[in-house]
Design a protein around this ligand. Structure first.
Ligand SMILES: Cc1cc2nc3c(=O)[nH]c(=O)nc-3n(C[C@H](O)[C@H](O)[C@H](O)COP(=O)(O)O)c2cc1C
Length: 331
């Protein structure tokens, strides 16, 4: 009997397979199918700082001028309007999801600056969320913003959110820090209970015919996993927060690599969008088959077995590997 169970954010989970934030999570029926097909927990799609602020501003305007409506105000964010539900509907959806599902339901707040909007962390908690994932999606493009300010901004936001809630807080972030390992320590000190590695950076593309900059969203492939493996393997023996991998988990081997690197859970979005929610059950079966074939009995036994502290050549994660890789190319 293979034991797939794992711990994440203080929860005992039946397996390490978690459905990450995506449009699939907007539908209660989808959430139920995720649970039926073995998802150990789900992260709801995000409620965005811009939505919360737009609603607050339009309410303010409405009260003082009696005109502008929420719908008009939020239309300044047309993409958001089509992607996500408003704050009240979000909380209601969360409440219903929580009442319907037995697995942990993780709410998601998405923003980049400390401000009144972080009160929603508490509202998400009060609506019943078992935990909160704080997605800090910040693109520093101003010339006068120094690296240290960016790092402080992340930590201030985590501290502000932690002050609002008692539930565990996971922080989802991008890999683009000069010193990722130091940043992870800082987030630990700021109170992060888990780090979710990594946000994908949705780079815009150019439409050469229309001469327009276009948003460009493509789903991931397993190739994106390696960046996550690298950092989870380096961090997992050195920091206290749990580690979750998001990005590039498509097949059983991807999930197993993530666990061996030291992740408590691996999350899926692109695979579920491509192959459907039922794919979760297939992935779990493939994981079990792999473990049986390779004589592993439990996920706990595999976790961290290939992190930087465990492998015979930790240099494989450092500059030494760079030299080895370049030297290995034969013309
Ligand atoms: C269409 C789409 C919508 C997404 N919406 C959210 C979101 O609301 N909040 C969030 O934190 N991540 C969101 N993500 C990111 C995913 O949760 C995930 O981190 C990312 O897709 C990488 O994982 P994957 O390789 O399994 O797709 C979204 C991704 C996609 C493709």
């Amino acid at each position: 009997m293979i034991d797939l169970s794992t711990g994440y954010l203080g929860f005992h989970l039946r397996s390490p397979l978690v459905a990450s934030a995506s449009p699939l999570c907007k539908d209660l029926g989808n959430l139920q199918r995720m649970e039926e097909n073995g998802a150990a927990a789900i992260v709801l799609h995000s409620l965005f700082e811009e939505q919360i602020n737009a609603e607050a501003e339009s309410l303010d305007h409405f009260l003082s001028a009696g005109s502008e409506s929420y719908a008009e105000s939020i239309s300044y964010f047309p993409d958001l309007k089509s992607y996500s539900m408003g704050p009240a509907a979000y909380l209601k959806h969360l409440e219903t999801a929580k009442k319907t599902l037995r697995i942990p339901v993780i709410g998601s707040l998405n923003g980049s600056s400390a401000g009144g909007w972080v009160n929603y962390a508490r509202q998400i908690q009060d609506a019943g969320a078992d935990a909160l994932e704080l997605n800090i999606y910040f693109l520093p493009t101003a010339m006068d913003v120094e690296g240290r300010e960016v790092e402080d901004r992340y930590c201030d936001l985590v501290e502000a959110v932690k002050k609002q809630v008692r539930i565990p807080v996971a922080v989802k972030l991008a890999p683009y820090f000069t010193s990722m390992a130091n940043m992870a320590c800082k987030l630990e000190r700021a109170g992060a209970d888990a780090l979710v590695l990594f946000n994908r950076f949705y780079q815009p593309d150019f439409d050469l015919e229309a001469l327009e900059v276009k948003p460009h969203l493509i789903l991931s492939t397993s190739d994106e996993l390696r960046l996550r493996l690298h950092w989870v393997a380096l961090l997992s023996s050195q920091i206290r927060p749990d580690l979750a991998i998001t990005g590039g988990v498509h097949v059983a081997e991807d999930a197993i690599k993530g666990i061996m690197a030291g992740a408590q859970v691996v999350m899926l979005t692109s695979a579920l969008l491509k192959y459907g929610i039922e794919y979760l059950a297939k992935l779990e079966r493939s994981m079990v088959e792999w473990m049986v074939a390779h004589e592993y009995e439990s996920v706990r036994q595999m976790r961290g077995s290939m992190n930087a502290a465990a492998v015979s050549d930790p240099g494989a994660f450092e500059r030494a590997n760079y030299l080895k890789v370049l030297g290995s190319y034969t013309i």
